[in-house]
Design a protein around this ligand. Structure first.
Ligand SMILES: *Cc1c(COP(=O)(O)O)cnc(C)c1O
Length: 223
């Protein structure tokens, strides 16, 4: 039996606390599916490819918050800088500087999350805590006026072992707390812990997630 996109969304919303944001991950899905989610009240959508994000954005109403959740090449920032509301996967200083540069061109401030490598799998992207501190300590970072570092993002290992997943999420939460107290104690905007996907969002929330990114549990499995 298959459920509709609206039913899937309502089910997930009924299961998560009201203060946890839900990013509907619509990558690979046709625009009709996004419209169904929109009609069911969803306003935050996440895509992992710049090209797809650029194609979909103009086809939907402009009260949507578009999130870039995937790995990004520096030379593509310019295509999404005019409209993107949050870039989750920032894992290099070079990318951060380019986002700032394109934000200036568009007279915007763009919110970003620092992505951390919390999984044991080496295929996953992300910073180590030490690298992040080097960036945040630098004078060059302090001069970037058109980005707002709003929190952290991470992906747990894709494994059955629940205690491992839980530990990885707890690690990200503790990184968040450390950065918050060392660098952003007075910045109310540093508040997001983006972790949890279809298979593990309930564990992520138990470990302190404030934003989950859910695709297949809303839109069905991808090819
Ligand atoms: C695809 C993707 C998701 C959603 O994955 P599901 O398992 O379909 O919920 C979340 N985060 C990132 C970074 C993704 O690329």
């Amino acid at each position: 039996m298959s459920f509709s996109i609206a039913e899937n969304l309502n089910k997930i919303k009924s299961l998560i606390p009201g203060d946890v944001s839900l990013v509907a991950v619509s990558k690979t899905k046709p625009i009709e599916d996004l419209k169904k989610a929109y009609e069911a009240g969803q306003r935050i959508f996440g895509e992992n490819k710049v090209q797809e994000l650029r194609e979909k954005q103009p086809q939907l109403p402009n009260d949507i918050e578009w999130h870039m959740i995937g790995h990004m090449q520096t030379n593509k920032v310019k295509y999404i800088a005019p409209f993107v509301s949050l870039i989750h996967g920032v894992e290099s200083f070079k990318l951060l500087k380019e986002i700032n540069k394109q934000a200036i061109k568009n007279k915007r401030v763009i919110k970003v999350l620092l992505q951390f490598h919390i999984a044991t799998e080496s295929t996953k992207f992300g910073l180590q805590l030490k690298e992040a501190k080097e960036i945040l300590d630098s004078d060059e970072f302090k001069r970037l006026q058109n980005i707002k570092v709003s929190g952290v993002m991470g992906m747990a290992s894709f494994v059955e072992n629940e205690s491992q997943v839980r530990l990885e999420f707890a690690t990200l939460k503790s990184i968040f707390e450390e950065l918050k107290s060392s660098y952003f104690a007075s910045a109310d905007s540093f508040k997001t812990v983006s972790m949890g996907m279809s298979g593990d969002y309930s564990i992520a929330i138990e470990e302190g997630s404030t934003m989950i990114r859910v695709g297949s549990s809303i839109f069905g499995t991808r090819n």
